[in-house]
Design a protein around this ligand. Sequence first.
Ligand code: ADP
Ligand code: MG
Length: 421
Amino acid sequence: MSITKSDLHAALKKYFGFSKFKGLQEDVVESILSGKHTFVIMPTGGGKSLCYQLPALMQEGTAIVVSPLIALMKNQVDAIRGISNEEGVAHVLNSSLNKTEVKRVKEDIVNGATKLLYVAPESLTKEENVEFLRSVKISFMAIDEAHCISEWGHDFRPEYRNLRNIIGRIGDNIPIIGLTATATPKVQEDIIKNLGINDATTFKASFNRPNLYYEVRPKTKDADADIIRFVKQNEGKSGIVYCLSRKRVEELAQVLQVNGIKAVPYHAGLDAKSRSSYQDKFLMEDVDVVVATIAFGMGIDKPDVRFVIHHDIPKSIESYYQETGRAGRDGGEGHCLAFYAYKDIEKLEKFTSGKPVAEQEIGQALLQEVVAFAETSISRRKFILHYFGEEFDNETGEGGDMDDNVRYPKKKHEAKDDAKL
Ligand code: ADP
Ligand code: MG
């Protein structure tokens, strides 16, 4: 029985209440339903979850979803249970479950109630789980955050490397769906190779964020004063200021406060209570600015963040893109301002110095791209998109004039001098 477009729309409406697919979702869903290996590359917020959730709900059997974060899995399971009003439709299988709970999960799978089973890769290495999953009907296997497979990604997890092997043991012809927001060609190659899905149909959405304005300024001793000025010019707007170290976060948050700016610090060294209270204050707009390490942002969904400032340049273009991507989620203004000094690159190099040689080399290569980005005189947007394997024409592309190098072109000699900074 073939599924028509109107069946898909009906299912979208029924399960999610949406009347339209977003971007490439419909094509991805069709690909998955036809049983093909499928590779999905979409920016954060692009709607990747629905790409596998909808076909899972529409098909017989259970889809296994591998995801690296327990908190994210729980969120998704709750959301799915909410829409279908049936507890058994989605489960998490992990080591925190007791015997009774595991029994319940297995029963629901066996009797066909469970459409989505979320697992951490560690749980899949357990022999008893593999044995069990071999014995039931699996619709497909979705690997979310698939970049965790690659050492070139920003979040390498060795357990992800073993997935192909385990999938093979669970079943012979299980369709594999890889999903990621990492657009670099190197990471993509790694994913395809490691999952053994050369023949996958690939869907890649554009990573262009036309409403974001990109700007890089040289970092001088007066960087704090520059930041204060910028924030004051943007009074009442929400923004994030990223710093490398916890110490710098604390200091800068204080400096901003002393200057009459409603700011809070955020980093992993604060106790959980302060962290969640600061986060709430930001979401409720009791404060305007969060000064944070990269610990802040994962899963923060504030649509009207108007600026993201990098007090310290990040360790890769990937991180820069993810962090700046938290601005202007609603499509409104989003100013991305990074302060750059070469000595910060040297600091970042030191972080990798204790690591294995291969990791150091990767770290260096990623940093060289950051240097090139910071020092370039070509369009920042063009640079970023090129890094992600995407051609961009500033004349015709959306947001083509939205960066400092396009608005205020550097004269040739200036650009060269900057490079020596
Ligand atoms: P990603 O995993 O790609 O970062 P998510 O799957 O978390 O993105 O989805 C981001 C947001 O988009 C969610 O709030 C989701 O409900 C919403 N969304 C997804 N698909 C649609 C759609 N077809 N119509 C409207 N909203 C959608
Ligand atoms: Mg996601």
